[in-house]
Design a protein around this ligand. Structure first.
Ligand SMILES: *Cc1c(COP(=O)(O)O)cnc(C)c1O
Length: 315
């Protein structure tokens, strides 16, 4: 378990490496939602997603303990974040990506100076490979969410929100493996427990929803949701107990609702965010929260979108 102090320490560690991201509002969106909506703009974060917070906290910790080499298994935001922070610290990184990874993602990882190895098409193949490389070459494997330093790094978003908002009633957080929400929950519930924290998942990637219902970690098969950052098949061993302990509620949104929110954010607010981030706006837009006239923060977790896919995402 992590605690508030771990998150405060993480903040000191990473604050010169990351942006304190702004909060954005939209009158039109607030009217549509029947609540005052604020968006925490992690799509404007270094590397285009919040993942740099956890990656920076973890890799800096390992570097202090002598690590000269790190590996990760992700073609997405986590891979880019690990590549970026390793380059900043002058240590080597190898990112294991799927055979079918999209070119723009490969280019982004290369641009951050990491080397790449292709392996299989699923994380079941990639993760053991990235661990194996780390072991053989005296490096450290950096997990995407189920790690105390990663979780504490992501939790720094919670501290920022509480400082930036004089009054906040509710925070909406998208859930994949649960690193982001477990950090934010710890930050908020251990300093201002009256603030509600609501988890949001795609209906067709509802592993955390089912796990909460079953009161134990429950695995779904793969998912084809357009919210590709939320496709994890089950919550983490370390993240789930925190979600179970602190989360106020979990709501699910359909693929069509995700696309509706994506379209609104792009067309009206001129922001390009990932479908994973559109989920939290969808929860408010399609009135899944059961509250009115509240001050609600939606965490826009990332903005790394392949432009060729935008057409599939709009409604
Ligand atoms: C990783 C990611 C998530 C989910 O975060 P977890 O820590 O896995 O729950 C949400 N949105 C984006 C954009 C991500 O990259």
């Amino acid at each position: 378990m992590i605690n508030l102090f771990d998150i405060q320490k993480a903040r000191e560690t990473i604050q010169d490496t990351i942006h304190t991201t702004p909060l954005m509002t939209s009158k039109q969106l607030s009217e549509k939602c029947g609540n005052k909506i604020f968006m925490k703009c992690e799509h404007l974060q270094k590397t285009g997603s919040f993942k740099i917070r956890g990656a920076a906290n973890k890799v800096m910790h390992e570097a202090r303990h002598g690590a000269k080499y790190v590996t990760a298994a992700s073609s997405g935001n986590h891979g880019q974040a690990v590549a970026y922070i390793a380059q900043q610290l002058g240590i080597k990184a190898k990112i294991v990506i799927p055979e079918d990874a999209a070119l723009p993602k490969i280019h982004a990882i290369r641009a951050y100076g990491a080397s790449i190895e292709k392996c299989g098409t699923t994380s079941t193949e990639r993760i053991p490979r990235a661990k194996e490389i780390a072991e053989k070459e005296n490096g450290v494997f950096i997990p995407p969410y189920d790690d105390p330093y990663i979780m504490a790094g992501q939790g720094t978003i919670g501290l920022e929100i509480l400082e930036q908002m004089e009054h906040v009633d509710m925070v909406l957080v998208p859930v994949g493996g649960g690193g982001l929400i477990s950090g934010i929950l710890t930050a908020i519930k251990e300093s201002k427990p009256c603030v509600k924290v609501i988890a949001v998942e795609p209906e067709i990637a509802n592993d955390t929803y089912l796990s909460l219902q079953n009161k134990q970690i429950t695995s779904i098969g793969g998912s084809s949701t357009i919210a590709d950052g939320l496709r994890t098949s089950q919550p983490g061993e370390l993240t789930f107990p925190i979600v179970q302990k602190y989360v106020d509620d979990i709501v699910v949104v359909s693929e069509e609702e995700i696309r509706g929110a994506f379209t609104f954010i792009l067309e009206r607010m001129k922001q390009l965010v990932e479908p994973s981030s559109a989920t939290v706006v969808a929860a408010a837009m399609y009135r899944k929260l059961g509250v009115e006239n509240k001050q609600i923060v939606s965490v826009l977790s990332g903005g790394n979108v392949e432009l060729g896919k935008v057409e599939d995402y709009i409604l």
